[in-house]
Design a protein around this ligand. Structure first.
Ligand SMILES: Nc1ncnc2c1ncn2[C@@H]1O[C@H](COP(=O)(O)OP(=O)(O)OP(=O)(O)O)[C@@H](O)[C@H]1O
Length: 234
């Protein structure tokens, strides 16, 4: 099919194309155009670097203003969860949530509350952090809560409603492929802290273990270095 479409055309590589014009005028004009274009490309590249630096500075300031640690609260869709003891919160406001526990009302202030009606809207709050990661900063997204409260749903999502992890990967790869001025390398790890032990969720499981169990190969130790930093083995 492709061969038929090409019939009658001769493909000549650009570098081996030479123009023989009697007065040479067009050739000179062509060279002039090329150098003008190259100059324009250099100017645009330098402008892009300048704008990129300003964007990074603005994003750093925004993240400083919003706070480097941000807490979001997501109210699970109670009819979907298997938790029969789960109760709706007493009140839900934009940045405040009140719940009743053993008859006592407790109020919590957070950066943003996502109510039951919210689908995967919390991803919008994650987007600026991803950009910051591409700028070279260390970032961490942590889901915390009781069993059955929607941590896996929020982080992984379902086939129809992708969660934070797959959407973040899409976003990171999309930005990296658009940016021809830098090269990016990606590495991923996924950990779960449960009852004081740390599990590597990406470690291959032994066939004898059920999918919900974790064998010793994926139990990791948390170590403290001499300088006081915390490291996870593996
Ligand atoms: N916002 C929500 N909308 C729809 N379904 C939800 C929502 N939150 C949780 N669910 C559903 O509730 C159930 C429990 O959620 P999930 O498995 O994400 O909880 P979890 O916090 O990861 O639990 P565990 O700590 O036991 O692993 C799942 O069936 C999930 O699909």
């Amino acid at each position: 099919m492709e061969k038929e479409a090409m019939a009658g055309h001769v493909m000549v590589p650009l570098q081996s194309l030479s123009l023989e014009l009697p007065d040479g005028e067009s050739v000179v004009g062509y060279n002039k155009d090329t150098s003008a274009l190259q100059e324009e490309i250099l100017t645009l590249q330098s402008r892009q670097r300048h704008l990129d630096r300003r964007r990074r500075e603005a994003l750093d300031k925004l993240i400083d203003l919003k706070g480097s640690i941000r807490v979001f609260c997501r109210v699970p869709l109670l009819v979907q969860t298997n938790n029969l003891n789960a109760k709706s919160p007493v009140t839900v406001e934009q940045e405040k949530i009140a719940v009743k526990s053993v008859g006592i009302k407790k109020e919590f202030s957070v950066d943003r509350v996502f109510g039951q009606e919210s689908t995967q809207g919390c991803f919008q709050e994650v987007k600026p952090i991803l950009r910051s990661a591409l700028d070279g900063h260390n970032v961490c997204i942590l889901a915390y809560g009781q069993t059955g409260t929607g941590k896996t749903y929020t982080m992984e999502g379902t086939d129809g409603k992708l969660g934070i992890v797959p959407r973040a990967i899409q976003e990171l790869f999309s930005h990296a492929s658009e940016d021809s001025s830098s090269t990016y390398s990606f590495s991923i790890s996924m950990l779960e802290v449960y009852l004081g032990s740390l599990k590597d969720l990406l470690a291959p499981r032994q066939p004898l273990f059920r999918s919900t169990e974790c064998n010793t190969a994926c139990n990791l130790s948390i170590l403290a270095t001499k300088s006081g930093a915390v490291e996870v083995e593996g």
